[in-house]
Design a protein around this ligand. Sequence first.
Ligand code: GLU
Length: 590
Amino acid sequence: MCGVFGYLGQNSSLGEVVEGLKKMEYRGYDSWGMAFPLEDKIETFKSLDSLQSTNSEQFDLSVEFALGHTRWATHGAVNLTNCHPHSSLCGRFALVHNGVVENFQQLKSELIEQGIGFSSDTDSEVILRLLEKQLTQQASRSYRKALSSVFKQLKGHNTLVVIAVDKQLLLGIRNGSPLVAGRTGKDVFLASDCNAFASQTRDCLLLEEKQMIICEAQQVCLYDLELDSYVDCNWQVLDNEIEMPDKQDFPHFMLKEISEQWRTVTQATQVDTELMEELVASIRKPNHVYITGAGAAYFIGEQIGWMLRNLAKVKVTCVPAYESQDYLPHMQQGDVLLAISQSGETADTLRFIQSAKQQGILIASVVNMQGAMMSRLSDFAFYSYAGPEICVLSTKSGTSQLVFGYLLAAQFENRLTQAKAEIERLPSILSRYLDQDSQQDFIEIADSIKGEHLYLLGRGEYLAAAKIGALNIKEASYVHAEAFSAGELKHGVIALIEKGTPVICFADDKNQDYMTAIASEVKARGAYVIGIGESNNVAFDKWINLPSLESNLSIVSNIIPCQLLAYFLAVSKEIDPDRPRNLAKSVTVI
Ligand code: GLU
């Protein structure tokens, strides 16, 4: 989380920094700020306002270097004091930070004992104070040496960018979360994401872990903090299309991204089929397959797990990335870990991958952002091709990852061509389902949902859909929604049902008898039942008509009704679903 930005060049306006930060607001929107030189000192600007509604043209000051940051707070409240950048007491340098200094309490106590004061509650300020101390101890005032020595004292994952006015310098260290550089003939940019400077250049350098980039007016060099030596810079031109997302006529990115799914599901069939064949060959050996992810991506992983177990007859264990410690001791060389992530930078998932890799586990991943760390760590790196997803909630990236799972399962059954053809037929059905008339039904249903709690019941491939739905509803509308296996009802869950409790039952044709019995049982206790399925039933107070789909294709589309419900619930409560409170799209801290 947090987006970092740095610039060094021959005059850019501060407005360009604002524009760069706007592209990274998905990484955190608690506050944002900039640091820039003004008469030989660093000046800062900090704000708690929304970046999107900030007019960058008002920042017309021309600068030769600058820092920017958009924050997702981990340590210290959301206020201007804790907002980055943090600048030194001498006013000669400033830094921005993405990560968590895990040993910050110990470091802070030691510094306080030495008489060093603090002005914020952030862990990031510890880095600033350590750097100040280190620089005063050095006659040469070498920022490279001082920053590497400070970095070595930090525990955890810490990506940093620093500007120094006394040396006209821009430095960055990548550790745990991404840092990329971009260059034109005269300017250098550092950012968490290439999109931040894509309007200026596609000439990029993707830093590796524990590398420091040192940018001066005449040169850019790369220093490997583990090797303790300079290494070559491998600049590359990004060839993928960087689409600049725009809401078009939609009121929110969330609705736009939900509505695009009729198209994005087929884009996902661009998957590298040769690589998929190789992955299938590895899994076919008597190996165990683990699937992991965090949040919605984990539930997408569970759904893919269902497909591999039931369609491809593969033994699969799904492990939430944050619970990997219990599973790692059982994983053996040759096993396959399939990781699901929208950003490809999810800290919990990356940590699992890194530990598994050390044990000789083969890593496969499906991510939506090209060039992500997860892909670079993978033996089999796949993309979901859903295009940029701006809303914090995963919608189209999730359905595209489900298409990947569907194709992977089909590859086991040697029916990949047929499965691709089935996916190609999805758009015409989904576009009907996603049109404005159908959305009217969701608006009415969302308006009819009252109360603080909502339960979702599903079975088989609808259980993961119910879990994704519950998460979408919590994130977008702050309604307490919980998903349960329908079978759990009589073993406890039914005690939660009282008059008017909204219960969503996934009653698809395959599970119809079972699920309509469940729906009747909760209705008998006064529940307000919303049925999702191909057919209506007397037990339903409201019915969401699932389109009838051939084969097992509903497994791709069965998460869409709850996306729409979550969206319209948020809108009815006047919540901005693109920026729900306390969340960020890319979770790069643990
Ligand atoms: N730990 C820092 C803060 O709270 C940075 C947070 C982040 O990278 O998400 O300000």
